[in-house]
Write a protein that binds this ligand. Sequence first.
Ligand code: TYM
Length: 333
Amino acid sequence: TPRVFSGIQPSGGLTLGNYLGALKRFADSQNSGVESIFCMVDMHAITVWQDPAALRHATRELTAGFIASGVDPARSILFNQSQVSAHAELAWIFNCVARMGWMKRMTQWKDKAGKNQENASLGLFAYPALMAADILAYHATHVPVGEDQKQHLELTRDIAIKFNNDFEVDFFPITEPVIEGAATRVMSLRDGSKKMSKSDPSDMSRINLTDDADTISKKIRKAKTDPEPLPSDAEGLEDRPEARNLVNIYAALNDQSVDQVMRDVGGQQFGTFKPALAELAVEKLAPISDEMARLMQDTAEIDRILSDGAGKAREIAAPILKKTKEIVGMVGA
Ligand code: TYM
């Protein structure tokens, strides 16, 4: 049976990239009726330094972001990673399956560790093995993510394959990455060659899910573009990364394909298209940011949702972890 798993790091706020590449699609997946498990990966977040109070806040705010985006804790499992110890236990076993060479090739490791690898945490290096554990602890079959997680999901498959081979079992499923839709890679509003990211020093480069209507409009009005009007069809967007990004955002927010959007806006000047995009973005995002603010007034309720979700997650992961230990040869009842 299909089972969806995905995770988001509670490190700083949520961006439009997280919403379109992940959260919005999680709600769609839940609504299609597939059993869905969503995780605030606080153990991944601490692979780089997090202020404890900020981590607590970000974990709760991220949970509010899931719910405000339409993920229903009564239908999907919502929890934070550190409450379910199976993640850490399985990650250790996978640390012993994965090879150093695989980890060294990860572009996120190279980007995040930068020039000073000697000073990066060991956790940052092992990050993808923990991610494999997140997914495989539930025998998840489908993992919806943005484009930037593709390499990590290939590594998850490699770990499952090597484990199955080493122990001559057919135990862990070979997970399918689900990278679909118009906005699997939302780009910076200031530079069409860079991913929209919460760590970009320029706040004008991104839309935050907590931005108010005026801020959203201003950021879209000031988004970098080229001087030409929009082309007549999607093909004409190919060498125009900034224009393509804005059209992709429009399509994803409006649940349309890029071709459909181009039929309506092809040939328009940015002076016409940007206000339409700003209006659409405010219409879709303002209710989410309002709902997040409302939910954050009752953090005790959020904590209760996370601990309920953790209970359900433990029940699914426990027999899988038990069987894994048996396969590996660990003694225990
Ligand atoms: P994270 O926290 O960086 O991002 C969460 C999700 O948002 C997507 N995303 C984007 N999508 C489109 N355009 C963008 N500009 C953009 N920026 C972020 C990401 O692709 C992701 O889907 N390692 C993961 C978290 C993780 C995980 C997992 C995911 C841990 N364990 C197990 C899936 C399954 C991460 O750092 O995502």
